[in-house]
Write a protein that binds this ligand. Structure first.
Ligand SMILES: C[S@@+](CC[C@H](N)C(=O)[O-])C[C@H]1O[C@@H](n2cnc3c(N)ncnc32)[C@H](O)[C@@H]1O
Length: 260
């Protein structure tokens, strides 16, 4: 299954996003205890920003980044080389990883699960490649893009249509602890935080979502039944965001588990 936002500009969007309030790695990982050695995997690494962060924090870590986009891996390798960071990047589909059983100490998967058509299959694979007592860290937003309210009833219906028709699950974050338990992970715990787009950061998020919608245009056309309808949806969405009484907020989940 193709990634919905696959595009030349996606690496730049991910790097810009990581600078936005609420998306910064420092905040996300503040409560996560990580060893300074061992083998780390970033599953669905995108532009490799988390790989670079992990390696820059402790050069004794062996860091791997995998993604099924050749373009993203090329961009990630270039960014790591420009910072003199030794990180292994490899093309992998998360549903069928080529790694041996029990080969990683820590596995991260950040902002990927909402895009997966088969989250169960991916979690089974991540469990397989973790060593016993190895740690998994899943970072996701619940309700990303769609958790908004305006008095435009037609838009509200379109948002439901978007969430229903999306390839993955835009509300997956709340389901991750149960998914981990189902896959026999133990010591499951999580932290949540609210990312609220108010006057000061709403414009940044609107720009981010403009890129998301541009890159995922094919998906929007499929969901809304054509280019004209997709454009109408986008116009309503951004007009609602321009209205200061429209609420938009996502809940970030940082979920940890241990392989038993
Ligand atoms: C929203 S981006 C997140 C990238 C990165 N983790 C970050 O935090 O910026 C999702 C990434 O997951 C990758 N991806 C989605 N499904 C995948 C799959 N089945 N196998 C490998 N990579 C996948 C996409 O190519 C994309 O780079």
């Amino acid at each position: 299954m193709k990634y919905a936002m696959e595009s030349e500009g996606e690496a730049k969007r991910l790097e810009t996003q990581a600078q936005q309030k609420g998306y910064q790695l420092d905040g996300e990982l503040a409560g996560v205890h990580l060893p300074v050695t061992g083998k780390f995997l970033d599953a669905g690494c995108g532009s490799g920003l988390l790989c670079r962060y992990l390696k820059a924090q402790a050069s004794s870590r062996e860091v791997w980044g995998v993604d099924f986009s050749d373009l993203r891996l090329h961009q990630a390798a270039q960014a790591a080389a420009s910072e003199n960071l030794n990180i292994a990047f490899q093309r992998e589909d998360l549903t069928t990883l080529s790694f041996e059983d029990a080969s990683f100490d820590v596995v991260f998967c950040r902002y990927v699960f909402e895009h997966l058509a088969r989250p169960d299959v991916v979690l089974k694979e991540l469990h397989r490649i973790l060593r016993p007592n190895g740690k998994i860290v899943l970072i996701n937003f619940d309700g990303i893009v769609v958790n908004m309210h305006s008095r435009d009833q037609f838009l509200q219906e379109q948002l439901e249509q978007l969430a229903k028709g999306y390839v993955g699950d835009l509300y997956i974050a709340r389901k991750l602890p149960a998914l981990l338990a189902h896959h026999k992970f133990g010591d499951i715990h999580w932290q949540t935080s609210c990312m609220d787009f108010t006057a000061s950061n709403r414009q940044e998020e609107a720009l981010n979502t403009r890129s998301r919608f541009e890159f995922a245009n094919e998906v929007l056309c499929r969901i809304f039944g054509g280019e004209k309808q997709a454009n109408e949806f986008k116009a309503r969405y951004f007009s609602a965001l321009d209205d200061p009484s429209t609420t938009i907020f996502y809940t970030k989940f940082v979920v940890e588990g241990t392989k038993r």
